[in-house]
Structure formats: C-alpha cells, structure tokens
Design a protein. Structure first.
Length: 325
C-alpha cells in the first residue's frame, strides 16, 4: 500500500528463533534502528513490515539483513553491531594487495574473550595498518578506539605467536594533580594513569590468565620513563597518550624498536598536559616521520567516536570553539 511518499515493504526471515534475537529484548534492536532511519518496523510472525520512505527502507532492509546474517553465523547482535552496520559501507571492496586475513572485506580481531570488529571506516583502515606496519600512529579525539583496537591487535598477535610479549606504556604526566602528593608507593601512584590500559586488557583476556602473564612479564604495563635503556625485541608495544611525551621521550621510545617488534603510538593533539612551552613529542614525530613510507599514520575525527553519542557532540563543540578563537 502507498500513502504519499510512504510505502510498505515486507521482509521474511525463515528462522523465527533468530528473528526474535534480531528484534532484541522488548524489540530494543528494532527501536534503535527505527530511531536512526525514521522507518517504522512492525513484526508479524516471521516477517517484518517496514513503513516509511523508500530510500530509508532500503537502508533499513540492508542493516536488518546484515544483522540476520550475523545471527546465522552464530554471532550475537547488540547495539554496537547495529551502530557498526550503519557506520560502515558493506559495498566497500578490499584494496588490491590487502592482507589475506582481510580478504572479503571483513576486518576482525580475535582475542581470548571476544571477537572485535571495527565500527567505522577509519577504524577498519587503522586495524589494517596495525597489521601491515611495524610502526603505526593513531591520532584523534578520545573515544575513537585508538588504544582499544591497538591492544586488541596486540593480544591477537600474542595468542597467535606473532610476538612474545605485550608492553603498554603511558607518560605519567600530572593532569592537574602532582604525583608526589598522592598517597602510596611509586607504583600505586602511577597505577591510576595506567588504568585505561588495564581495562582494555581485561576486556580481551581472562583475569587469571592475564595475572599469570603479568607475573611472568609476558604482559607489562609501565610508565614511559621505564622504557629508557631497553631494546624491545619480538614485542607488541603501545605508547598511549603520546601527546604528553616530550620530544626527547618520543625519540627515546621510537629508538627502542627491536627485531620482530611492532610499535603503536596513540594520542590526541588537543589534550596536551605538558607544561607551557614544552613541545609535544607526538606533534614533532608526526612532522618528522610523515614521509617515511613504512610508517602508518591513521587519523580519527569526532565522526569515529564510539562512546555515548553526546561525546561526539561535545568534541565537535570544542573543535568549533578552537577554530573560531
């Protein structure tokens, strides 16, 4: 039937059990999709009726079919999966010469606890770059998955034997607080700065296994200063919050790269906590190394934020203010 520019389309799904999973608890998944497309979705037995403009129906149909295919493959469907289907372009073909593991256009990272799938095109390009390059930069605002995806790739390379250890580090720069005035030992003072790295690892590895690996130094989390004097061979090394490394610290870190190792540097140029007059090592490294072909530079914007939707709007507001000032 047709009412003005509005039409009805019917989608039929053979497995009613999978259709229930597709709809989600209390039809939550359908509600999320409706909010994005403006298309009303009604369930009738093993069918879904779509009411709305034809163009919006086409996008809705594509997302619903892609999510149903995930369920047929034995994978779960959640809000993150819905978000990814709307952000990514299924029609994109893999680039010529792409790594074999990404043949067919799929980009996935297998860890001990879950399968990680990038949600945006920039995230897909970043993950490909992490596997392709021995030295890789991820630059952009908070919430874009720079560190999370890097740690996931590190865990994947560890469990597949590509590297022997994971080393995660951050500059212990005081963002408004002074370490010396905090209670506890030096390790206890530094731990809060390392917490985001702990959180990422806990997402990918069982707690007991992670504890054993940390005890055996297979997984290390340490302040950037602890890297001085080391040569890091057969390791996956991540420097997080790199905008807070000085030029000398960045040079020191980059020259730790040893045989069989990979390095990832992540940071946000808009969140520098260094003292006034001290230049950021991230900006200097970007300027000095951008023309070296074997180094991957990957950039994110507020469009790649995968936290609460308000986070993207907050970042955009600050970016707009910075441009006007």
């Amino acid at each position: 039937m047709t009412t003005g520019t509005l039409t009805e389309a019917i989608l039929e799904f053979p497995d009613n059990r999978l259709l229930i999973e597709l709809c989600g608890e209390f039809d939550r998944n359908l509600t999320d999709i409706e909010a994005r497309t403006g298309v009303q979705i009604l369930r009738r037995g093993n069918q879904l009726a779509l009411h709305g403009p034809e163009e919006a129906q086409a996008a809705t149909r594509e997302v619903l079919n892609a999510l149903y295919q995930r369920l047929e493959q034995g994978r779960a469907v959640g809000r993150g999966d819905i978000d990814r289907e709307f952000r990514l372009h299924p029609e994109d073909e893999p680039a010529e010469g792409q790594l074999e593991m990404f043949d067919g256009g799929k980009v996935e990272i297998k860890t001990r606890k879950k399968l990680i799938e990038p949600r945006t095109d920039a995230q897909k390009a970043y993950v490909r770059s992490l596997y392709r390059n021995e030295l890789c930069f991820g630059i952009g605002p908070a919430g874009t998955g720079k560190t999370y995806l890097a740690v996931a790739v590190g865990v994947n390379m560890l469990i597949t034997g590509a590297v022997d250890k994971i080393i995660l580090c951050r500059p212990a720069v005081e963002a408004g607080e002074r370490l010396g005035f905090l209670p506890g030992t030096q390790e206890e003072k530094v731990d809060p700065y390392m917490q985001p790295l702990y959180d990422a690892l806990n997402d990918f590895m069982p707690g007991k296994q992670l504890a054993n690996m940390r005890q055996e130094k297979v997984v290390e989390i340490a302040p950037l200063a602890f890297m001085r004097g080391r040569t890091l061979s057969n390791a996956f090394v991540v420097l997080d919050e790199a905008q807070n490394a000085t030029t000398m610290q960045m040079k020191m870190f980059l020259t730790r790269l040893g045989e069989g190792s990979r390095m990832v540097i992540t940071g946000d140029r808009t969140q520098v906590d260094l003292p006034r007059g001290v230049s950021s090592g991230l900006s200097d490294a970007e300027r000095l190394l951008k023309d070296i072909e074997k180094i991957g530079f990957n950039y994110f914007t507020s469009a790649d934020v995968v936290r609460h939707p308000l986070v993207a709007e907050i970042i955009q507001a600050y970016e707009k203010d910075a441009e006007s000032s």
